[in-house]
Design a protein around this ligand. Structure first.
Ligand SMILES: [Fe+2]
Length: 399
């Protein structure tokens, strides 16, 4: 079960919840079947079962939970053998992506709780390729922010693509590294009020934060960090990860930089300039590098590597503007509040986006534990700005 914490679910509950979500949407909602376990909504409906209650339920044991999951899958396979229409297909697409999100959550729960690393994943060693300093220039112009109907499965909060007007901006080629973040600590950044927003300073004081949460201090002059259950040296040129939005924002104020808005992030990732270079061209790439799907040399997704690779690695990932690793490796905090696009209408899973508007910041790009299904360039992830347990770093823009 694991300990009670606001930021994690009991692991046993979370696995059952994933199976329940599959069953609820693909078998009960889309196909009218009766539930396999009568009391299942009282156990696993995340909209109805309060967080603290999840530690105090009459859950099936480990074998029973995996048995339930296998039974749901068998019923789905039975159903799919008879074909599936577009309406039902939507709910399979939704349930698979929901499972992807919980797989990623279980990855950072392992980190939070000092459990063992995931086994049998992350076959590739984390690449050490060095730093990637410098900015690229992105021209201003009209940017179509969000997703359109031709893009296949999209979440309600991406609907629909609409024009945003961007001023020209400069954005880093790579994410902020551990070495660059350490310079902020060494400069007294965690003790200097002026670098922090009011809410950020309150957060810092309440936590007594002096450095990123898993950093363990220096050993022979080298920063170390806890990775799952062991301490190791921090790779200087890997992106900083497990930092809150508040810490990212404070780093920016110290460095005289700023976070990109989500529209800027998206334009830098999949936009390109007109032939004269003076403004953003119409249209977009499917992925930063082009139209081809992600592979391990283009994006550290789906546990291609067992953690973040250096920011200079994966040159094949470069966007038209030369931004590297926009997809995968670490999520990137943006300056943007998580808000509905104009005309927002909730999709059938009503609690996916709507309850969270206005209280969270948008992150983009996915991380090494994200699936390629999730980490599309237009996908809007969202967390409260205090969260330093998620797999997030950031890149910055010039003021
Ligand atoms: Fe869920």
């Amino acid at each position: 079960m694991g300990p009670y914490l606001n930021i994690v679910n009991p692991v046993l509950w979370e696995i059952g919840h994933v199976a329940w979500f599959h069953e609820y949407w693909t078998l009960r909602h889309a196909a009218g079947r009766a539930p396999l376990i009568e009391r299942c909504d009282r156990l696993w409906d995340s909209s109805a079962v309060a967080h603290a209650t999840r530690w105090h339920l009459d859950l099936p044991d480990r074998a029973g939970t995996f048995g339930y999951m296998a039974d749901v899958l068998a019923q789905q396979e039975d159903r799919l053998a008879h074909g599936v229409d577009d309406q039902a297909r939507y709910f399979y697409d939704l349930a698979i992506r929901h499972e992807d999100m919980h797989v990623e959550a279980l990855t950072y729960v392992r980190q939070t709780l000092s459990y063992a690393p995931p086994q049998g994943l992350g076959a590739g060693q984390r690449l050490r390729a060095g730093a990637l300093p410098g900015d690229v220039a992105v021209p201003g112009g009209r940017w179509r922010l969000g997703s359109s109907a031709e893009e296949g499965f999209v979440f309600d909060n991406e609907k629909w693509a609409h024009d945003a007007v961007l001023a020209p901006f400069r954005i880093t080629r790579g994410a902020v590294t551990n070495e660059a973040f350490a310079a902020f600590i060494d400069a007294g950044g965690y003790r200097t009020r002026e670098f922090w927003s009011d809410a950020g300073w309150t957060w810092r004081e309440q936590r007594g934060a002096e450095r990123p949460v898993y950093w363990q201090g220096k050993r022979d002059g080298v920063w170390t960090t806890r990775r799952y259950r062991v301490d190791e040296e921090l790779a200087p040129h890997a992106p900083v990860v497990f930092v809150s939005w508040f810490e990212a924002d404070a780093w920016c104020r110290w460095a005289k930089r700023r976070l990109p808005t989500e529209a800027e992030w998206e334009a830098a990732a999949i936009g390109r300039s007109t032939a004269d270079g003076n403004r953003l061209a119409d249209g977009r790439r499917r992925w930063p590098w082009g139209e081809e799907p992600p592979t391990p040399d283009r994006a550290n997704l789906d546990f291609a590597f067992d953690g973040p690779v250096d920011v200079a690695a994966l040159p094949e990932s470069d966007s038209a503007f030369g931004c590297r690793q926009m997809i995968g490796n670490v999520w990137e905090w943006t300056a943007s509040d998580f808000l509905p696009f104009a005309g927002f209408v909730a999709d059938p899973y009503k609690d996916y986006s709507q309850p969270w508007f206005g209280t969270r910041k948008v992150l983009r790009g996915g991380c090494w534990a994200s699936s390629a299904r999730i980490a599309r360039p237009a996908y809007r992830n969202f967390f409260t700005p205090d969260r330093n347990d998620v797999l997030a770093g950031f890149r910055t823009c010039a003021l």
